[in-house]
Design a protein around this ligand. Structure first.
Ligand code: NAP
Length: 177
């Protein structure tokens, strides 16, 4: 199963035009509600992430936040920086082959992250479930979650919750009938 867990603006952006994501945390969250993130992370075996998302996470002044292996898609990176060895692995090639390669290692439930990355997975109909938390802001510009597809993909909404009285989180499951 390939799953997405992401936050967007009302108009569907995952970062502003400078790549900024501060607006994601603009809603006061006094009890640090993780909006299902911990449970979601427990449901996956590994992540496949775009190079830009990987570099964004590396730029945060925090400890490496993932306990699961992270496979980074990149055609430009030649190697993974030493400090991430054993935790982060470079992958390249067609997405179906990449997913097969990762699943062969025993990682069946995958968290797919990054805008262009999710768009490429959707182009090949490789996303089974999407958890999308909508932050109540219209950014007007930025990095979009979705892009053009040659054919539409039907999903059904299997859950809808409101967090912090302000953030709607919908879970969509691919319906193939
Ligand atoms: N709102 C949220 O919850 C959320 C979540 C995640 C990320 N973000 C934000 O989104 C931004 C990053 O997203 P993004 O759309 O710019 O990029 P991305 O999907 O993270 O990374 C794209 C890069 O992945 C590599 N890649 C290799 N093969 C690919 C393939 N088949 N399909 C797609 N990518 C492939 C390419 O790297 P090379 O150029 O090296 O080949 C490409 O430039 C950051 O600002 C991040 O902070 C927000």
């Amino acid at each position: 199963m390939n799953k997405v867990f992401i936050a967007t603006s009302i108009d569907g952006y995952i970062a502003d035009s400078e790549g900024g994501i501060d607006w994601l945390n603009a809603i006061p969250n006094p009890n640090n509600d993780d909006m299902g993130y911990h449970d979601f992370m427990n449901s996956i075996d590994a992540l496949i992430m775009g190079r830009i998302t990987f570099e964004t996470v590396c730029s945060f002044d925090i400890e490496w936040p993932y306990q699961k292996p992270v496979f980074v898609l990149s055609n430009s990176l030649k190697s993974i920086p030493k400090e991430y060895e054993g935790k982060v692995f470079l992958v390249q090639g067609g997405l179906k082959d990449v997913v097969d390669e990762v699943k062969k290692k025993g990682y069946n439930n995958l968290y797919i992250d990054g805008g262009k990355t999710i768009q490429s997975f959707l182009k090949e109909d490789l996303i089974d479930e999407m958890t999308i938390s909508i932050i109540p802001i219209v950014l007007g510009n930025g990095i979009p979650l979705f892009g053009a597809l040659s054919k539409s993909l039907k999903f059904e909404c299997i859950s809808s919750k409101i967090y912090l009285n302000k953030i709607v989180q919908n879970v969509f499951s691919r319906s193939k009938d």
